[in-house]
Design a protein around this ligand. Sequence first.
Ligand SMILES: Nc1c(NC[C@H](O)[C@H](O)[C@H](O)CO)[nH]c(=O)[nH]c1=O
Ligand SMILES: CC(=O)[C@@H](O)COP(=O)(O)O
Length: 164
Amino acid sequence: MATQLKNLSDFSNTEIPSAAPYRFGIVVAEWNAEITNALYQGAYQSLVNNGALAENIFSYQVPGSFELTSGADLLLQKGNLDAVICLGCVIQGETRHFDFICDAVAHGVSNVSVKYSKPVIFGVLTTDNQQQAIDRAGGKHGNKGDEAAITAIKMAALAETLNS
Ligand SMILES: Nc1c(NC[C@H](O)[C@H](O)[C@H](O)CO)[nH]c(=O)[nH]c1=O
Ligand SMILES: CC(=O)[C@@H](O)COP(=O)(O)O
């Protein structure tokens, strides 16, 4: 379902577990900071609105989306986290660099999640232009950061259930 058909911040039809028991890492790319800061605010607030404790949210910045993979890996090496949220915004430029970054970070984030058997959430916008990013960072299509946070809560709760 395309984002145009589903608001990224609408969870009215879904049950969200309490985030209170869990510890979350958030890794944020500095590239396109006006977008990624909005994603971060959405993710952080969504975690807190669903019960996460501020002292259980550990936030770090990396230079760009390509570094989200290593940022998540470094966080999970430290251990004692229930989920890591990766936030970035990759916007198509003049060259194929976009394709390589998007592919690398999508596969990288997925691989880190499997490596540590921990949820690592792909909260990365991959857009044709700035307006599409604005629309998905608190604009008309909602906030990808909200979606990433709710996904992290659900996956942390699922992991707790399956590991108990
Ligand atoms: N063009 C974008 C980048 N490029 C930078 C890379 O992510 C990386 O930091 C660099 O290649 C050094 O390893 N990053 C984004 O997050 N968004 C972009 O649009
Ligand atoms: C996604 C990118 O790395 C891209 O924005 C860089 O722009 P360009 O492809 O024009 O070098």
